[in-house]
Design a protein. Structure first.
Length: 388
């Protein structure tokens, strides 16, 4: 088989890239290790920036998002039982949208089926060949047989544990990493959200987040240790741990109910540099990870795809190598700012250290955020997404 761009991974990065390339007449094949149902079942991100909405519209898959997504003009932060609101709309003129990653994935998958563009699910042993030469190839196994795809470029969109980044010779790639000593225990339930806006909670006993997927579906998180086993957290225990971290009004409004999903996510900051190796380009979680506190992971994947899709379109339509040459530097400049913001939110809202000095600094950071219009504007500007 031959294609122009072989895309590894059918997460948001791979599917969105495939759709944007297809819209511009560029052939591509997506190879995904898991089944489509497995990919659709992963409950992950929920907050998307205006620039990500624009990109989904550009890819022609934004209709359901506009119909079902919830526009949020602000966010609330509760510090030791006292809630504060920051209005994105007043501070930046912009908003964010709450629309689940599973829904975005479904819209992108449906768009791909409608475009009759090829996706190979359950592709095993995906291996990248000769990407430093002019004729890269990708081999894989499916339905018991070996296959090979010749292509012009390979897009490594296969997430943090994927094969693309690992295929780069170690001396050519640098990794920058911080692993936090905590995780998020998340619970999804068909109960009405406690608030119309997200509530980030900084509490002496640990972080919590009250989030939602729709007016009838809530997503709550509490900070937990990395040693926790999700099996040790029956729903009642989760709700009892969450309640004392909330303010009185939120506690009164909280509707508890049976979980429909529960999982623990470790928190990590990671960046690999550069993002280009000959004819291989890394995008999304394959290249970088942020802790979920700033809601940036999915948005950064979309941001990489924006730069990469434009660079590939420029290559094929205008015969210009400029976008491809600058892809890594342009994408990384945005990545590092989101890494900074996600790290700052993580360090400011979680109980990370038992040193009272660190806790006093957290409170000073938050007091400054609530009192200084300059600090609030900087926060809002980062949360809604920095301009390109
Ligand atoms: C548990 C969890 C919770 C999260 N919560 C949030 C949140 O609240 N907010 C937020 O913004 N972000 C969150 N994120 C991050 C966000 O989900 C990711 O940033 C986003 O999924 C990145 O998209 P991606 O396409 O780059 O990678 P992925 O979504 O990881 O997609 C990569 C795809 O590649 C496939 N793949 C892997 N290896 C191979 C291989 N060898 N061959 C073929 N295919 C392969 C995988 O199966 C997967 O489908 C969370 C992530 C996790 C893991």
């Amino acid at each position: 088989m031959r294609t122009q761009v072989a895309i590894i991974g059918a997460g948001p990065a791979g599917l969105l890239l495939g759709q944007l390339l297809h819209k511009n007449g560029i052939d591509n094949v997506i190879l995904e290790r898991q089944t489509a149902d497995y990919v659709l079942g992963r409950v992950r991100a929920g907050v998307i920036e205006q620039v990500t909405m624009d990109l989904l519209d550009e890819a022609g898959v934004g209709a359901r998002m506009h119909q079902d997504g919830l526009i949020h003009d602000g966010v609330q932060i509760c510090v030791d039982g006292v809630r504060h609101r920051l209005s994105f709309k007043e501070l930046t003129g912009k908003s964010v949208m709450v629309y689940g990653q599973t829904e975005i994935t479904k819209d992108l998958m449906d768009g791909r089926v409608a475009a009759v563009a090829p996706t190979v699910y359950s592709a095993q042993d995906v291996t990248l060949h000769d990407f430093f030469g002019d004729n890269p190839r990708v081999s894989y196994r499916a339905e018991g047989r070996g296959h090979e795809i010749a292509c012009d470029f390979i897009a490594g969109c296969d997430g943090f544990h994927g094969i693309s980044r690992k295929s780069v010779p170690p001396g050519l790639i640098s990794a920058y990493e911080r692993v936090y000593p905590l995780g998020w225990l998340g619970l999804l339930s068909d109960t009405p959200p406690v608030s119309e806006e997200l509530i980030y909670v900084r509490h002496a006993t640990g972080f919590a987040l009250c989030s939602m997927r729709s007016p009838t579906r809530s997503r709550y998180y509490i900070q937990c240790s990395l040693a926790e086993d999700v099996e040790a957290w029956p729903d009642e225990r989760f709700w009892e741990e969450l309640k004392p971290r909330l303010d009185d009004e939120a506690r009164d409004r909280l509707v508890t109910g049976p979980s429909i999903e529960k999982s623990i996510a470790p928190l990590r900051s990671f960046v690999a540099e550069p993002l280009r190796f000959g004819r291989l380009f890394l995008a999304g979680d394959a290249a970088h990870i942020v802790p979920p506190t700033g809601a940036k992971g999915l948005n950064l994947a979309a941001s990489d795809v924006r730069y990469l899709s434009r660079a590939l379109i420029e290559h094929y339509q205008e015969k210009s190598a400029d976008g491809l040459e600058h892809y890594s530097a342009r994408a990384l400049a945005r990545v590092w700012k989101a890494e900074r913001f996600s790290w700052w939110m993580t360090m400011t809202l979680h109980r990370i250290s038992d040193n009272p000095f660190d806790q006093k600094l957290q409170l000073a950071e938050l007091d400054y955020l609530f009192r200084s219009p300059a600090a609030a504007t900087a926060f809002a500007e980062n949360y809604v997404g920095l301009p390109y």
